[in-house]
Design a protein around this ligand. Sequence first.
Ligand code: NIG
Ligand code: FE
Length: 415
Amino acid sequence: MSKWDHLWINARLATMREGTTAYGAIENAAFADSGGRIVFAGPMRNLPGKPDALATRVVEANKQWITPGLIDCHTHLVFAGNRAPEFEQRLKGVSYEAISKAGGGIMSTVRATRAADDDTLFKQAQARLTALLGQGVTTIEIKSGYGLDLETELRLLRVARRLGEASAMRVTTTYLGLHALPPEYANKRVAYVAEMSGPVLRAVAAEGLADAVDAFCEGIAFTVDETAQFFSAATALGLKVKLHADQLSDTNGAALAAKFGALSADHLEYTDASGVAAMAKAGTIAVLLPGAFFVLRETRKPPVEAFRRAKVPIAIATDCNPGTSPNVSLHTTMAMACTLFGLTPEEALAGVTRNAARALGLSAETGTLEVGKAADYAVWPIDHPAELSYWIGGNISPSAIACSAALAAANQEVP
Ligand code: NIG
Ligand code: FE
């Protein structure tokens, strides 16, 4: 037998496997990877030999916790500028919808993004990505949606792909063609939806630039029928769908997502019982975004208890974007999911590991510590996994992190 690459001994594992102990925890554990795959995750006593004989590199974990690499499954990471002035306006009482209707909101970021060159977009997004990596995030989803024309949507997706190639993280990309109606299409909604569902979608697919598509189904954005047209075209090309659904009002977005077998429906503050039931039946993951809820000072919470009862898996994500969630902390997001939405710290950790992987269609590859999956993991100097949801403000970081998909391994061994 050839030797394993790394073997961690005297560790504690939060495997996040379903239906086992809390956190899928294993005390007095060992964990090993080889060739970018997990080859051992279990009790020390089950190791098939002496550590030095088993692995090239043996690392003493000193009872640190090893978790799956964290997954941020909903971000709008690539954009230019910021919307701090809108933040001030909203604090004075102007609503997000009113700002959007007056040509601000998403369109203000679209203007800044169209005017920025690729390198600027890349560098600004890379800084945000690096912040997330430093918190143990090994997989991130990045949406387009601040271009809203052929050229800029393709540019944003190419920048996102480049971020994946250049970083120690796995990046998945989502074409968010229906995010807002740009002013050049005012009074030409039909033509805009046709353009994004036709030529732009085909160009995105031809270049292999997106793993999924997304839309903003909302009173201030796109209707259920427009979204359905976009989704039909996307699924015909073999692309998976995701949806910004029922964030500010109940438009039956969750049910629409389920009808198209969506990987996930996201936000969901206004989703009703029929939407929850449809998601359960379709196996659509509920992605909750407490950062946007917090920033918009919403009071209507997503139906967490109904998701639990219906066994709809719950994921959580930063929704990093310049308007409603200028948030580059997945840990703070976990803390908010607990305090604002009532998730347990274990549910929050499942929401950024096992269930986030499902929301990206990656559960065979990552999201739990299981033999055969990719060696995506983080090692934490903490006493209990609840600490990952408990500390607020970026003061918690892993002592080591590995992502098998990364070109450059970011492994810093514990001294
Ligand atoms: O997920 N809801 C739509 N999209 C973003 C907000 C985008 C923006 O305001 O720039 C969201 O919250
Ligand atoms: Fe979003």
